[in-house]
Design a protein around this ligand. Structure first.
Ligand code: NAD
Length: 360
C-alpha cells in the first residue's frame, strides 16, 4: 500500500521526534511491504521565520492532498521567543488552529494508557494503578460552548457575560459514529459523558448517541454524568474504554486522564474529519527547554504514527507492531530522561527511535 503522509516537524523538539517516528514508520513499511511518501511542510515558528506567517495556503494544500498528516509540535518559549511579540493571529499556535479548521477536523482522540512499567509515575494510589488502564477520550472539537455565540453586556450598571452551548443532531451523530467505530477496534465499550440532568444539549446528545448505538449492537453503551466521570477517572480508570463527549467536557476530562498517566512524553493524539483523514500529533508541546539536546522522548509521536496507521489506513497489524515495540522497549528497561527510574538504562531520543525500529 502507498501511504501519502504530510509531515509537520514544527518547532523545538518537533523535528527530532518526527525524525524518529519516520524511522519507525520506514521499518514498518519495509516489514509489511508498504511505501511511505513523505512531504514536509512548515508550520508555526518555522513557517514564521521563512514566510512571515504561521501557515501558508500552499502548506494547507499539501496537507489536503495527503492521506494523513503527522505532526511534531509547534511553538517556542512564550516569554522569550520573538514569535510571541507578533499579533495573536500571526503567532505559531494560529497555524495549528488554521490547519484544524482547513482540514475540518472535528473529532479529537486522546488515548490515556498506563504502562505497567511506568506505574510508578501514576499519581493514583497503588491499589488503583495496579489494575492499569487503557482508555480513549473522544472529544467533539468544533461545536459546543467554545464556538457558540458569546457577548458581554452591561445591564443597569451590572456587567453580564453570556456564552451559548449549541449542538445540532448532525454534529452529535458524526462524532458518535466515530466513537462507535473506534470502540469496535478496541474493547467495544462506549461511555457517553454528558450533563443530561441539567442541559438540553446533553439530553439531545444522549438521544442521538442512543440512535447511533442501534447500528452497533456489538458495542456496549453506557451513559455517565460528567461530574461522576471526573470522579471515576481517579477512582476506577480501568473501567473505561472509549469516553465519548462534547467539546468542553472533553477538554477537561482528557487533561485529567492524561495527568493520571503521569508521563507526558508518552501521550499520543489524533484529530479526524468525516473521512479517514486525520492529523496525528503528540499531546505535549514543543518543549523548547530541551530542544536540540537529543533527550526528548519520541514515544508520544511514534504512538501517534501508530494511531495514524490504525485509524487512517486500517493497518491494525502494523499499528500493533509499533505498540508492541513500545511495550518491549519499556520491559527491557530503556527510558528517556522524562520517564527514567532507578535500575533502568537512560537513552536519548535517537537511541529510543533505534531501539523501537529494531523491534518492529
Ligand atoms: P510542553 O509540553 O512543551 O513542555 C512541558 C514540560 O514537559 C517541559 O518541561 C518539557 O521539557 C517536557 N516535555 C514535553 N514533551 C516532552 C518530551 N517529548 N520528552 C521529554 N520531555 C518533554 O509545554 P509548554 O512548555 O507549556 O509549551 C512549550 C511550547 O509548546 C509553547 O509554545 C506552547 O504553546 C507549545 N505547545 C504546542 C502544542 C502543539 O503543538 N500541539 C501543544 C502544547 C503546547
Amino acid at each position: 500500500m502507498e501511504l501519502k503522509i504530510t509531515c509537520i516537524p514544527g518547532d523545538g523538539i518537533g523535528p527530532e521526534i518526527v525524525a524518529e517516528a519516520k524511522k519507525v514508520l520506514d521499518a514498518v513499511a519495509a516489514k509489511y511491504g508498504h511505501v511511505m511518501r513523505y512531504t514536509d511542510i512548515l508550520m508555526g515558528g518555522a513557517s514564521i521565520d521563512v514566510h512571515g506567517v504561521p501557515l501558508t495556503e500552499e502548506a494547507v494544500e499539501t496537507a489536503k492532498s495527503a492521506d494523513a498528516v503527522l505532526m511534531g509540535s509547534i511553538g517556542g518559549d512564550t516569554t522569550t521567543s520573538p514569535w510571541y511579540k507578533l499579533p495573536p493571529n500571526l503567532r505559531p499556535e494560529a497555524g495549528l488552529l488554521a490547519i484544524r479548521k482547513a482540514l475540518n477536523l472535528f473529532a479529537n482522540l486522546r488515548p490515556a494508557v498506563l504502562y505497567e512499567e511506568l506505574a510508578g509515575a501514576c499519581p493514583l494510589k497503588k491499589e488503583i494503578s495496579a489494575a492499569g488502564f487503557d482508555m480513549m477520550i473522544m472529544r467533539e472539537l468544533t461545536g459546543g460552548l467554545y464556538f457558540g455565540e458569546r457577548k458581554t453586556v452591561e445591564e443597569n450598571g451590572v456587567r453580564k457575560a453570556i456564552d451559548t452551548l449549541t449542538y445540532d443532531e448532525n454534529e452529535i451523530r458524526r462524532i458518535a459514529i466515530k466513537g462507535f467505530d473506534i470502540a469496535r477496534k478496541r474493547r467495544k465499550k462506549v461511555t457517553s459523558v454528558d450533563k443530561a440532568n441539567v442541559l438540553d444539549s446533553s439530553r439531545l446528545w444522549r438521544k442521538v448517541v442512543e440512535e447511533v448505538a442501534k447500528d452497533y449492537p456489538d458495542v456496549a453503551l453506557e451513559h455517565m454524568l460528567v461530574d461522576n466521570c471526573a470522579m471515576q477517572l481517579v477512582k476506577d480508570p480501568a473501567q473505561f474504554d472509549v469516553i465519548l463527549t462534547e467539546n468542553m467536557f472533553g477538554d477537561i476530562l482528557s487533561d485529567e486522564a492524561s495527568m493520571v498517566t503521569g508521563s507526558i512524553g508518552m501521550l499520543a493524539s489524533a484529530s479526524l474529519n468525516d473521512t479517514k483523514f486525520g492529523l496525528y500529533e503528540p499531546s505535549h508541546g514543543s518543549a523548547p527547554d530541551i530542544a536540540g539536546k537529543d533527550i526528548a522522548n519520541p514515544i508520544a509521536t511514534i504512538l501517534s504514527a501508530s494511531m495514524m496507521l490504525r485509524y487512517s489506513f486500517d493497518l491494525d497489524q502494523e499499528a500493533d507492531a509499533i505498540d508492541n515495540a513500545v511495550k518491549s522497549v519499556l520491559q527491557a528497561g530503556f527510558r528517556t530522561a522524562d520517564i527514567m527510574s532507578e535500575g533502568c538504562q537512560r537513552v536519548g531520543c535517537r537511541q529510543m527511535g533505534d531501539l523501537l525500529t529494531e523491534r518492529i
